[in-house]
Design a protein around this ligand. Structure first.
Ligand SMILES: CC(C)(COP(=O)(O)OP(=O)(O)OC[C@H]1O[C@@H](n2cnc3c(N)ncnc32)[C@H](O)[C@@H]1OP(=O)(O)O)[C@@H](O)C(=O)NCCC(=O)NCCS
Length: 304
């Protein structure tokens, strides 16, 4: 499929972006960022890019990425960065690489603005987003935000606390350059990590409906890691694997209570591991038919 990525600037194009938001985050008009806000942002350093495909000999906008300039604070004072606020692709055009292409174009434009950091948030239980953000784009994360947007009203988010990973995309690093290059390495699989002796700290088992149930067992391991770092000079494990559901949207639709349990258990795990100096560096899947998804966390790396 021919995909064109273009900057969007005109009011008509902004209205199309409003419409995509309505289709992707159905059910709540108040969650839509309106055209006038998009225009104000792009006139002052914001970036809005659309993904176009041919549809009956006409170009159709089927996805977009939107962000605006912001600040972060360092011991040497405030520094500028890009805050990527929304990325969306219409459901029927997903898994074709459009999300990746939009983020790649955003990366180019932000570098052109002279910035070195892009941040955004996503639900850590959404494994498609995790695979795109962490594995394909090379973003990293050590910040867990509890219920950051409060109670959201759209169909994707309603019923659950809006906990998010805030990821850092250090756009000039070798890690990111390499993952975006045309000769990027093939993503690693679960076996690469298991063969290297890396432990899954919360292996799940399926309930009778075939959905994975979160396990609590790992609180002992997390306590152990805390003790190691607090009271001794011994090194905690260099890497750990944390399991999350492979299809959280399906699980949530089938069993909201189970989705809430996953939210609560993984919140505890990630908060404890980030506090203990772990950083999310990869996201892998098992290749078996009983597909499982895992974050890879590495000890003691800075966000770079
Ligand atoms: C997140 C989103 C923008 C991704 O767009 P997309 O065009 O499907 O993304 P891509 O095709 O570039 O990448 C998705 C990757 O995830 C993989 N994937 C699909 N389902 C997956 C799953 N359940 N677990 C892990 N990976 C999965 C795809 O195979 C693809 O990888 P590949 O290119 O190596 O095959 C799209 O799913 C979306 O609009 N979601 C709803 C809105 C949203 O969550 N936005 C982001 C937060 S603001």
């Amino acid at each position: 499929m021919d995909i064109n990525i273009k900057s969007l600037e005109s009011p008509d194009e902004m209205i199309k972006v409003e419409e995509i938001q309505r289709q992707v985050w159905e059910g709540s008009e108040t969650e839509v960022v309106p055209a006038h806000m998009l225009i104000a942002a792009v006139q002052h350093g914001g970036i809005l890019l659309g993904a176009f495909v041919d549809d009956i000999s006409q170009e159709k906008c089927v996805g977009f990425v939107f962000g605006f300039p912001g600040m972060y604070f360092t011991p040497d004072g405030p520094r500028p960065m890009h805050c990527s606020h929304m990325l969306a692709v219409l459901p029927e055009y997903r898994d074709l690489g459009l999300g990746f292409r939009l983020k790649r174009a955003q990366w180019q434009m932000v570098r052109h603005q002279g910035l070195d950091r892009i941040v955004w948030t996503y639900d850590p239980l959404m494994s498609r987003n995790a695979f795109l953000n962490i594995t394909k784009l090379g973003a990293v994360c050590n910040t867990y935000l509890r219920n950051i947007y409060g109670e959201m009203r759209d169909e994707i988010n309603k019923g659950l606390m809006s906990d998010r990973f805030q990821v850092d995309w250090w756009v000039n690093t070798n890690r990111v350059n390499h993952r975006l290059s045309r000769r990027a390495r093939r993503p690693l699989g679960l076996n690469h990590f298991l063969d290297a002796g890396i432990q899954i700290i919360n292996p799940s088992c399926n309930n009778p409906q075939g959905f994975p149930c979160p396990t609590q067992v790992l609180s002992t391991i997390i306590d152990h890691i805390k003790n190691v770092t607090d009271t001794t000079n011994a090194q905690p494990p260099a890497m750990l694997l944390v399991e999350v559901p492979s299809d959280f949207s399906l699980l949530k639709k089938a069993d909201l209570q189970l989705a809430i349990e996953w939210r609560e258990v993984t919140r505890q795990i990630f908060e404890a591991l980030f506090k203990a100096d772990y950083l999310v560096t990869d996201f892998v899947q098992s290749s078996s038919s009983n597909s499982r998804s895992y974050y890879v966390l590495s000890y003691g790396l800075s966000t770079l």
